[in-house]
Design a protein around this ligand. Sequence first.
Ligand code: ARG
Ligand code: ZN
Length: 850
Amino acid sequence: DRRFLADYRPYPFILEQTGLSFDLAPDATRVKADLALKPRGTVEDLELDGGKDLRLMSILIDGTAPDPDHVRRDGECLIIAAAALPDGPFTLTTEVEIDPSANTAFEGLYISGGMFCTQCEAEGFRHITFYPDRPDVMAPFHVTIRSDQPVLLSNGNPVRQEEGLAEWHDPWPKPAYLFALVAGDLVAISDRFTTKSGRDVALNVWVRPGDEDRAGFAMESLIKSMKWDEDVYGREYDLDVFNIVAVDDFNMGAMENKGLNIFNSKLVLASPETATDADYERIEGVIAHEYFHNWTGNRITCRDWFQLCLKEGLTVFRDQQFTSDMRSAPVKRIGDVQALRARQFREDQGPLAHPVRPEEYEEINNFYTATVYEKGAEVIGMLRRLVGDDGYAKALDLYFERHDGDAATIEDWLKVFEDATGRDLTQFKRWYTDAGTPHLKMTEEWSGEGRLVLNFSQHTPPTPGQDEKPPRVIPIAVGLIGPNGDEVAATRMLEMTKAEQSFTFDDLGARPVVSALRGFSAPVILERQIDNATRAFLLAHDTDPFARWEAGRDLALSALTALAQGQEGGGEYVDAIGQLAADASADPAFRALCLNLPGEEEIATRLSASGITPDPDAIHTARNGLARRVAEAHADLLSSLYDEMTVPGPYSPDAEAAARRALRIAALGLLNRIDRGDRAEVLFGTAGNMTERMAALTCLIRRGRGQAALQALHQQFGDNRLVMDKWFAVQPMAAPPEQAAEVARRLSGRKDFDWKNPNRFRSLLGGLAANHAGFHAPDGAGYDFTADWLMKMDAVNPQIAARLSTAFETWPRYDAGRRAKARAALERMAAMEGISRNMREMVSRMIAAG
Ligand code: ARG
Ligand code: ZN
């Protein structure tokens, strides 16, 4: 059954207070719920959500059992007839029994490593008790926990803590998806934060005994986030405690439960020996993300799940701003664009394309996507570009003032911008309602009399269910670079609103080179006539770091797409990249980004966006060939970079040190193609940090000499789950394509392939999917292996299975042979007995596109 945005209707009851009382036992937990309700208008039937896994023990209305004829269960609902309800306020008391130990889907209350924990977003609370499990029903919560576990946590402020019992009160009305409970043998690393208005907040990061020494960085990140949100958005924390808990079994990254954030342990625990620079940056960013949700998500939540981007797009945008402020803004921007193209453009161009605000779904968990999150953030970035920094600040102040305590919509959000800035956002709203990535064509006319005209046209290809795509407003940031390399026109924000539109630049001396879509000012595919010499010129001279990087990227991609089609190319790229790598004045992180060739997936996406069927093997060969040419042409330079970029002294995850390591590793990756892996071998044995060791290990596997290093790593870290996850991921990822599925198959037979653990499963299956030519091996081995495991997982944890099924989302773009094999795998999954709603929706959307 599908849900539609258009069907929204307020809940017919007002929930004034929620009381919960838990008696925890692994296989028979009792949950008593006291809901203080009152009808919104005339009394209707009271519908409560509740999974089939709830055993109803008792039900009382104002302390009295209703006539059993007035109570019925209907699918995932409990319905109490209006006839059994008073026409004023009343208290509904239910008691249910649940079995957390049988909860392998990790939705609701479950057990991870012996500890009780919860995940309620989006609709997990209905597996805990009968409840109006929808974000627009909000109430203060009072929670009592009885358990022999030593640490008992829930949302809000502690009221009572004694042996075997804890009471928590959360005064801020919240929807059920923000509820959390944790009970376990945990230790905290603790600190304090005083808010601007003087509230003294106790901060704890709770981990399992033995993990304390890897939790410090998470705490530092939390404190930085709290300070930043006060300084930049004027948002203060609003409770006396803030708890973070790390758990090993977690479907997603982390969760912003009010005052009690629960994290996948890989986004909390870090030490130099076990975590890479990328892990550290990600931890800092996700800690910030969840913390920022306290205002954008919790204090102001969503009216319904169609509005998910209201909290996620905005919170991603905020965490991106935070990371830009903490680290290098250009490097962050380039990284975000790379990720957007790799995940969101891919989604937008395939069968799973959907609007930033979807209008229908079968299973909401399938819509925690790159489109809702990352494109949702891009849309806010565009809004900010259009209204300016001051307009944005005014609008956000108004948003917090007007909607604090609300369950809001995208309409509310846009209205705030209209009211604060006077702008009409009717056309802008299409970014929320229309799926697909616009193609933006640019041509130039130079009059010879100092006048340059830029002509733009926009076109968005159809997406499932949306054939017509009217023009959108597109902010296009443009600057001009003179022939001698100086900027002759600073960034101007062109505002395109029509299907075709021209913009004029006057009083120019000589014909300039156009630096277009600076900072990636809109999530579009820019198509322009440009030769390699001009790209190389921009790579050397553009004053906008994103556009400069993009010029190098384009140079690489044009070479790679030519090579993958059996044509010549790459000369200009090899020369230009050598010059850039040698430019000691450029940030090492920036040089590293430029030195890393586009991935095979990105090359395939580029080819298919221009209507060419990608050949994974040809792409693989082309990329290896070009990388080798770069290494041969610049061996001395790369070798000295590799030596110079050594970071002396003890490890620090800061941006500067990470930048040097990034450049060092980029050089290593290229040199590895001509030194037989000798440098990698030495580095693996000597590096004191995981960043360099993982890079070295990847190089060794690529040279076919990874066995000893893999064994050594296993020996050293066999009992460290997070390191072993990397160990499982890197092998199928770096394997030669024709062996990738077999490598994955062999690993899947190991005893320590604990496949019910989401991280472990994701490592292996995701590692294979990240090997483009390996996953798409022409014999279909990658498809079959993946389908077999998704089917097995679907019976245990549908959310994880459905998420990883996106490995198939690009299938329609390949050749007939691969398509037939992918289709067969998809159909096999679609036909499985007892298929979950999650998987059914995913595979049927993917099959429909073929
Ligand atoms: N709200 C969380 C975050 O982005 C994500 C949780 C989503 N969980 C899920 N099961 N869909 O911070
Ligand atoms: Zn979020």
